[in-house]
Design a protein around this ligand. Structure first.
Ligand code: PLP
Length: 432
C-alpha cells in the first residue's frame, strides 16, 4: 500500500473540520473527541490519517471477519469492476448466481432460500415483513437489549429507547427480558420464557404472535451470551404458536463464535436468519436466509436500486471463499480459547470486572465501579487510553459499561496477544 506524503500533525484535524462544516447532525462522527480518522486498513491493522498504525480489536464494528482488504476480496472487486458493477435486481447475473451458491454452501441446513440486502437493518426489515405478510395482524416478541439496526423499520424493535426516540419511532414489539445470567441469576432463561408465557396467556395482553426475533448472542447488548437452553425453548414456543423464529446473525455469524453461525452451538434451526457485516468482506452486503415455504413472496414484492450490485456480490463470494478455505470459524474457536484464558489470567480476579464473557473471538468485559454499579466512564476511559496505545476496542452493553472485542478472525496470534496485554494493562490502570 502506498502512503501519500503528509504533514502528520494536521491531516486528521483538517479532515474532521471539513466533515464538521458540511455533515448533518445525527451520525456518530463526532461522538469521540477527537474523532478517529481512518485512512487505510490491512488485515487486523488500521492506519489513521496521521499515518499511525493501530491494532483493530473491534474489526470495524465486527465487519472485518476476513480482515481488512483481504487480497482475494480486493482481487475479486478489481476484476468485477472491469466487467460489470451495477446490475439491477430485475436482471439475473452470473455474479448473483455465484453469490447465492456461495451463501447457500455455508447456510444452516434447511435454510435453502436467500434474499439479498445491503445492510443488516434492511435484511431484518425484510425478515420482519415476511413475518408480517404471513400473519398480517400478528404481533412480535423481542428482548431487552436487542439491536436490529437503526432504520425506521427496525429501530422499533430496539431495546434501547434512546435509539427509537432519536428517530421518532414507537416500540413495535412486546419486550421481554433477555437472559442475562450476571444480573438475573442461573434461572435467566426460565425468567425470559415465563415472561413470554405470561404475555401470551389469555389475559397477558398479546395478540396472535407473528414472530419472535432475537440475536442468539447480543452484540450491542455487550456480548451477552444466554444459557444454551434458551434457543430450543424458543423453537418449541414458536412451533406451538405457529410463529416464526427469526434469528439475527449479523454480528454473531461468519465464524465469530467458533462456528459459522451461533445457532449451530444449540442445534436449533430458525425459520429466518439474517446475515450481514462480515459476509461482504468489507462491502455492503447482507441477506435473509429461510425455508422455501416461507420465502414465497410473489414476484416484484420488493427491490432497491443497488440490491444486487455486482461489485458487492463478487466481494461477498470471495469473502465466503476465504471464510471456508482459511477455516476462520475453527480458527476463531482455537484462538479464542487461548485469548480467553489470557484475559482470564490477567483480569479474572480484578474487582472492577463484573463479568468477563467470551465465545470464539468475541469478548465482552463488563466493568463496575467500587460500589458494584455499571462503570460506563471506566469503559469509555479504557477505550480512550487503548487508542492512545494503538489499540482499538468497542464499547456497549445495557449501561455502556462493556469493553467489546471482535477482532478480525485472521489476526496473527502474536498481534492479538500483544493487544490483549494492552487491554489488561489499561483495565488494571483504571481499577487502581
Ligand atoms: N443486527 C445486529 C445484531 C447488529 O449488530 C447490527 C449492526 O451493528 C445490525 C443488525 C444492523 O446492521 P446495519 O448497521 O448493517 O444496518
Amino acid at each position: 500500500m502506498r502512503a501519500p506524503p503528509r504533514d502528520p500533525q494536521d491531516e486528521a484535524a483538517e479532515i474532521v473540520e471539513r466533515c464538521r462544516r458540511l455533515e448533518g447532525g445525527g451520525l456518530r462522527t463526532f461522538v469521540e473527541d477527537p474523532p478517529f480518522v481512518w485512512d487505510r486498513a490491512e488485515g487486523a491493522s488500521i492506519i489513521d490519517a496521521n499515518g499511525r498504525r493501530y491494532t483493530d480489536l473491534y474489526g470495524g464494528f465486527a465487519v472485518a471477519a476476513v480482515g481488512h482488504g483481504h487480497p482475494r476480496v480486493v482481487a475479486a472487486i478489481r476484476e468485477q469492476a472491469g466487467l460489470l458493477m451495477h446490475c439491477p435486481s430485475a436482471h439475473p447475473s452470473r455474479v448473483r448466481a455465484e453469490f447465492l451458491e456461495a451463501l447457500a454452501s455455508i447456510a444452516p441446513k434447511g435454510l435453502d432460500r436467500i434474499l439479498p440486502a445491503m445492510s443488516g437493518a434492511m435484511a431484518n426489515e425484510i425478515a420482519i415483513a415476511i413475518a408480517r405478510t404471513r400473519k398480517p395482524a400478528g404481533e412480535f416478541i423481542t428482548f431487552s437489549g436487542s439491536y436490529f439496526g437503526r432504520s425506521v423499520g427496525t429501530v422499533g424493535f430496539a431495546g434501547k429507547a434512546r435509539y427509537r426516540n432519536a428517530l421518532g419511532v414507537r416500540q413495535q414489539a412486546h419486550m421481554v427480558p433477555y437472559p442475562y445470567p450476571l444480573r438475573m441469576g442461573e434461572k435467566s432463561s426460565d425468567i425470559a420464557i415465563a415472561a413470554i408465557e405470561q404475555l401470551i396467556a389469555p389475559a397477558g395482553g398479546a395478540g396472535d404472535i407473528a414472530a419472535i426475533i432475537l440475536e442468539p448472542i447480543q452484540g450491542n447488548g455487550g456480548v451477552l451470551i444466554p444459557p444454551a437452553d434458551l434457543m430450543p425453548r424458543l423453537r418449541r414456543l414458536c412451533d406451538r404458536l405457529d410463529a416464526l423464529l427469526i434469528v439475527d446473525e449479523i454480528q454473531s455469524g461468519c465464524g465469530r463464535t467458533g462456528r459459522m453461525w451461533a445457532v449451530e452451538h444449540c442445534g436449533v434451526t430458525p425459520d429466518l436468519m439474517t446475515v450481514g457485516k462480515g459476509i461482504g468482506g468489507g462491502m455492503a452486503v447482507a441477506a435473509v436466509l429461510g425455508r422455501a415455504e416461507i420465502m414465497n413472496w410473489p414476484a416484484d414484492s420488493f427491490t432497491s436500486t443497488f440490491l444486487t450490485n455486482n461489485l458487492n456480490l463478487a466481494a461477498a463470494t470471495a469473502a465466503i471463499g476465504v471464510l471456508k478455505d482459511e477455516r476462520l470459524a475453527e480458527r476463531a474457536g482455537r484462538l479464542g480459547e487461548i485469548a480467553g484464558k489470557r484475559l482470564k489470567q490477567s483480569l479474572g480476579n480484578l474487582r472492577s470486572i463484573a463479568e468477563l464473557r467470551g465465545i470464539g473471538l468475541w469478548f465482552g468485559i463488563e466493568l463496575m465501579d467500587r460500589f458494584g454499579r455499571p462503570a460506563a466512564e471506566g469503559a469509555r476511559e479504557a477505550a480512550r487510553r487503548l487508542r492512545d496505545r494503538g489499540v482499538l476496542v468497542g464499547r456497549g452493553g445495557y449501561d455502556d459499561n462493556v469493553v467489546k472485542l471482535s477482532p478480525p478472525l485472521m489476526i496473527e496470534a502474536s498481534q492479538l496477544m500483544e493487544a490483549l496485554d494492552q487491554v489488561s494493562e489499561v483495565i488494571h490502570e483504571i481499577a487502581a
